[in-house]
Design a protein around this ligand. Sequence first.
Ligand code: PLP
Length: 396
Amino acid sequence: MHQFPDASAVVRASAPDRPVILNRPHAAARAARFFVEKFPGRSLYAVKANPSADLLRVLWDSGVTHYDVASIAEVRLVRSTLPEAVLCFMHPVKTASAIAEAYSIHGCRVFSLDSVEELEKIKAATGNAEDLSLCVRLRVSSEYSELSLASKFGVDLADAAELLQATRQVADSLGICFHVGSQSMSPHGYVQALERVRAAIVDASVLVDIVDVGGGFPSVYPGMEPPPLEDYFGVIDRTYESLPISYSAELWCEPGRALCAEYNSLVVQVEKRRGKELFINDGAYGALFDAAHVGWRFPVKLLRHGADEATEAFSFYGPTCDDLDHMEGPFELPSDAKAGDYIEIGMLGAYGAAMKTAFNGFGETEVHEVSDEPMASQYTGSRRDPRVTDNVVALR
Ligand SMILES: *Cc1c(COP(=O)(O)O)cnc(C)c1O
């Protein structure tokens, strides 16, 4: 992997005719240190957001010791990349063989579940192990989030008491976890979810050792400017502290997006212009899955000196022969954008690089490292930690 100052230097050096992924390890390290230092508990990295081994090493070096894995392939990847990492298998529906391998070969002791069937499966696959941390996944609302995770997983509050009691019988350490949905635009989603956790604990009258508020912490995109992360941490901390849980209980979170969104951008080449549509060499089956399938807007920058100052709203087509390979945008670019131009598309570290396929023979990329700032960041502000300011007593 070559190192360059920025995307323009990459283009000058090689005029690439296939997409180029740019890594910004300094940005991922900064995000990791932020969570490690400011989240009022333990931060697990949700590997599915970006499973690059280079990124895993950056996060580990920045203090992230626990990893949320969801498949046996992710278990093996993290174990082989970070031999000392703590693995937490947080997919509530696993195969028996995946549980058995994770437990006996890779040392995984933390599992999530949302049904009695899964609890029985975990017992059987681990030989009735007595050293398990078991996290019951509670269904919560996704109403404040851009991408819902509310329908597929999680036990309903009405059925939670029974499952919590059954799990308590098996678990050395009992947890409750949830996911408010990805890109949660308001801290209030976590408060609502934690109130549901409170109701579940009261209903079940069980001792809870871990409260895991999951992922969903937002990043910054055009048209989506969330409140500062300190606001999320502040309300989570206050609500968590008021829960009826064990004195020695632990608070966890599982950010994916927030830790890696700033890690990657993508350099694409314009192959054709048709009106306000640009045909580019990456798309829906490449790193731009969310741009195509959920209309996500990413920041864009034309990499040419002397381009028009005036901008226009463009949409993109990707390289495959499929009409679905279309990204509505709008993407604001200089009005004279044309074939042969290069565009840098930012904030693609989360669910971007991770989504690439080889459909239709496309998908080959180069990877380089750059040292400039990501196109947006929520870690460069100078905002003070509200937990500090909240506690200030006015003397005069
Ligand atoms: C996807 C996922 C995450 C990460 O979510 P983000 O929105 O990227 O922070 C965390 N936990 C679980 C269980 C997940 O499925």
